[in-house]
Design a protein. Sequence first.
Length: 304
Amino acid sequence: MLGDINLSRRLLGQFLAVAQEKHFGRAAEQLGMSQPPLSQSIQRLERAVGVRLLDRGPGGVRLTAAGEVFAADAQRLLDLQTAVVERARRVASGLEGDVRVGYVSLLYLPTMLRAAAERLPGLRIHLQHDSSQGVADRVRTGALDLGFLRDPAQLSDDLVSGVIATERIGVAMPCDHRLSDADGIDLAQLREEDFVLPDPNALPILAEQLQLACHQAGFTPRGVVVADDLSGLFSYVAAGLCVSLLPEGLQHLTGPGVSFVPLLGQVDHLDTTVHAVHRPDADPAVIRLLEMITSLPPGSFEGS
């Protein structure tokens, strides 16, 4: 009966050694055992399978047609067993698996994806866009494994958060703006400008920072449009419609139509941070990914 066959790794290895050497004596020597027990094992295998796998002769053995097929399948089975064990160990150590990543803006993702492809090729990263609150909620419920949030509002106690990047906020303006070539400007010089404002629901911290900084400079920003992510804010500026305050790392992504100008003087409220958020019981793959991110050289995860 097929169910009574015990095709142990040891038994398959013994048969493959005989099939390779075409000789019981040489196969036994390769396996580090005596010949009689090896011959008995192969005989038991043939009885269990129910067919002759080897033709014995005075000069050695040769595989029968059934033996040829059995040897090929036995090798594939051993290879599969090895692969199964190795993959389980890789998943357990975080070297292989799927990581569902939520994000609010695209600013830092290219660097992470590029570094992960080079250093952790066994990880499959699945990206999902959402608002800051949406990302946090989905990480909390387990729908996401990891989230990247810019200056997140108060997070619940059942989430772990760590800063992965910090940068200064500057002024983004159309390249034909009268101040676009300045080495730096005072924020008060923008009191008469039209602004694209961060949506306070999607980007609450950046929205609050912009309002507080402008208030400190003595004016309320004149918002003519609202965007719910950094790429939207950037696009309105690139279209020549308004100015905004954006992380200076975005200047590495600027194309025709946008200039970044630093702010002069002591301007409070204008440091921004990116946080990685996950559950305390995060999978090993999440921990591996975060370890890779924090091991990158300073500045490499900014302005990507």
